[in-house]
Write a protein that binds this ligand. Structure first.
Ligand code: SF4
Length: 68
């Protein structure tokens, strides 16, 4: 993950419907558990651009970070 700034990433599965967009746009941060069709976090923080892209692509606002 080189020297890019890292920010926290949180995943709330309650509103998640398993579309898989997070794992497609940020495969280093999210995997998909195909047995339950829900994503899981691979890390508790990631490069800011990847975290923000995953947040932007999630249709159900399941993904968050710490906001200042
Ligand atoms: S993008 Fe959001 S709704 Fe879709 S699988 Fe990921 S967390 Fe769930």
């Amino acid at each position: 993950m080189s020297d890019k700034p890292l920010i926290p990433v949180y995943l709330d599965l309650v509103p998640c419907h398993g579309c898989g967009a997070c794992a497609e746009v940020a495969p280093d941060l999210f995997g998909m558990d195909q047995s339950v069709e829900r994503p899981f976090l691979k890390a508790d923080e990631g490069p800011e651009n990847e975290v923000r892209q995953a947040i932007a692509y999630c249709p159900n606002d399941c993904i968050t970070t710490d906001e200042e």
